[in-house]
Design a protein around this ligand. Structure first.
Ligand code: XIL
Length: 327
């Protein structure tokens, strides 16, 4: 088969993938991204591990490179991520006086989001606020300093002030895989809206567990669509295996492949069923299999992840056909 037809023409919304500064000068990566993508998400260049140093020093140089690459090639940029439980605690420490913490919190948000004012399609303003089991809100340095809901309301309000044009998202994973987490997340969005958080959109990461039964993906999209907000499939991938380097022996590869393709098809159909104004973008976390964060994780079997739509040569993986059928 020849090269895959461009995903940006197949998907009924901007089609995105991640970008890292180390990929920008790779000819094969550039060729595939410019053929398939209409949007990019910096994979880590806008995270605090890269942008925030001791003494609240800001360094957005890597972010600037990804944003400039996108601008130079006419691609939209989705910002990821402003406030995340997983990073920033070395600088935003628990022993900081609250007023200093809050002042630096606001300053950081204005520095990052305001830097690209008017040039970003949207931002993941808060990432992964719900507990792993889906039954509550994460305890983290942000919640301890500014309140479990307060830090989120504040982040959205500051981001909106910094860039009124960007679509502001609350972003989370396992919303399809774990129905309780999806329900908690949607209740949280509604709660934060009543508290005055200017949340404009819902980001579902969609790191799919292909072992889930049919219907969970459809049900989550039905429930999330009812909020009436734009939805971003923000980090789609669908590894053939779970948690470590071995395919569970309870199913043949062919059976798991069929499950994988079925779940991706269910998600594509659910996304396509959304009203156009609720289809913000459809992003995979990596474009080609070798670009996947999953192949960088320790101890994974690199040969059969096929967790993305394109293989190492940017040819269609089996799941690509599920999009063709759905869209
Ligand atoms: C991941 C990156 O892909 C890795 O390179 C990095 O080491 C850790 O973070 N959910 C998210 C993303 O919102 O920011 C994470 O990205 C993957 C899970």
């Amino acid at each position: 088969a020849g090269p895959a037809a461009p995903l940006k023409d197949l998907v009924p919304a901007p089609f995105g993938a991640t970008a890292m500064t180390g990929q920008l000068d790779d000819p094969a990566w550039r060729e595939a991204v410019l053929r398939h993508c209409s949007q990019l998400t910096p994979e880590w260049e806008q995270k605090m591990e890269r942008t925030l140093g001791p003494g609240f020093a800001h360094d957005f140089s890597a972010s600037d490179r990804v944003v400039a690459f996108a601008r130079d090639h006419g691609l939209r940029v989705h910002g990821h991520t402003v406030i995340w439980y997983s990073q920033g605690s070395e600088v935003f420490t628990d022993d900081l006086p609250r007023d200093r913490f809050a002042a630096e919190y606001d300053r950081y948000i204005h520095a990052l989001v305001g830097r690209y004012r008017g040039r970003m399609a949207g931002w993941d303003v808060v990432n992964e606020p719900v507990t792993e089991d889906g039954n509550g809100l994460r305890d983290c340095h942000w919640s301890r300093a500014l309140g479990p809901e307060g830090y989120m309301v504040r982040a959205f309000q500051q981001a909106k002030a910094a860039d009124p044009d960007a679509v502001l998202f609350l972003n989370e994973y396992n919303l399809e895989n774990i129905p309780a987490k999806g329900a908690t997340f949607l209740r949280l969005v509604e709660r934060l809206l009543t508290l005055g958080a200017p949340i404009d959109g819902i980001g579902t990461q969609s790191h799919l567990n292909i072992e889930i039964p049919a219907g969970r993906v459809r049900d989550f999209f039905r429930d999330s669509a009812s909020l009436g907000l734009p939805i971003h499939v923000s980090e789609l991938d669908f590894p053939m295996q779970r948690d470590g380097g071995h395919l569970p022996d309870l199913r043949s590869t062919a059976e798991r492949r069929a499950q994988q393709v079925a779940r991706v098809g269910e998600l594509a159909e659910a996304f396509a069923a959304l009203p156009e104004r609720q289809r913000y973008a459809f992003t995979t976390w990596g474009l080609r299999d070798p670009d996947s964060w999953l192949v960088r994780a320790e101890g994974r079997n690199r040969t059969d992840e096929s967790a993305l739509l394109l293989d190492a040569e940017a040819r269609p993986n089996p799941a690509y056909q599920a999009l063709v059928d759905a869209f």
